[in-house]
Design a protein around this ligand. Structure first.
Ligand code: URA
Length: 237
């Protein structure tokens, strides 16, 4: 919403009257005098006029969580525990996930109340790298590396997966880097290679945000300012 519209709505005045107030330096956004009536503002901005608070501005929240197996990547569910159940914050009902993991998968999950920030991570066009460690039920053939790079056609969605990186660590352990996030994507890609099934799937990193070794399964912590800023174009309006 534009600043002039928010002021107009909150004060019950026209946009022209709101602009006049701004030109008299009476309006502040996050405690800074603002004259730009087109400035996009959101519920996160603290907005005042004549010293009276029109909108207090809510706090932006960014968390990482180490998802244990068996927990749903969802905000609510009638039958299963969700990642939100693991968080003890009063504002947790306002959080959403920036990318999901399957129920059996473990590892890094990011949660926020900032929709622009999560979109910068999850919109397909952004091609943010997601790094996983997998263990398979049988040896991974060397040709899997080129198959992952070439992509797999998924009939159901009518798409071909983007080039993905596969690095063999042992005969049955590998690192996978995806630049998208399709339904059961890694499981389905491996299954195309001799019917390989995954014994475990663990997400280590999203972009440059890595799950630290000292964050135990089920635990969470706020992201650091550097981690938040690492997500490009987090304009958070
Ligand atoms: N690919 C999968 O198959 N499952 C996940 O949880 C993530 C990626």
């Amino acid at each position: 919403m534009k600043l002039e519209d928010l002021i107009g709505k909150r004060m019950g005045i026209s946009a022209a009257s709101a602009r006049a107030l701004m030109l008299e330096d009476r309006v502040t956004v996050d405690d800074v005098v603002v004259r730009d009536h087109h400035l996009p503002v959101s519920r996160f901005h603290r907005i005042s006029c004549n010293g009276e608070v029109l909108q207090p501005g809510c706090e932006r929240i960014y968390l990482m969580l180490h998802k244990p197996g068996g927990i749903l990547s969802a905000t609510s569910d009638a039958h299963h525990r969700t990642v939100i159940d693991l968080i003890d914050l009063p504002e947790k009902a306002d959080l959403h996930l920036a990318g999901r993991l399957d129920r059996s998968s473990t590892g890094l999950v990011l949660l926020t109340n900032d929709g622009n920030w999560s979109e910068a991570l999850t919109l397909p066009g952004r091609k943010v790298a997601k790094t996983y460690l997998v263990e398979t039920d049988r040896p991974i053939p060397g040709e899997a590396v080129s198959r992952f790079r070439e992509g797999f056609h998924f009939e159901t969605e009518g798409i071909t997966t983007l080039p993905a990186e596969l690095e063999l660590l042992t005969t049955t352990r590998a690192k996978v880097i995806l630049y998208e996030g399709r339904y059961h994507q890694i499981k389905r890609m491996f299954h195309r290679i001799d019917g390989i099934r995954l014994i475990s799937l663990h997400r280590e990193a999203i972009g440059t945000i890595r799950l630290p070794n000292d964050l135990n399964p089920g635990d969470w912590r706020p992201l650091s300012p550097e981690e938040i800023a690492s997500v490009s174009s987090a304009d958070s309006t």
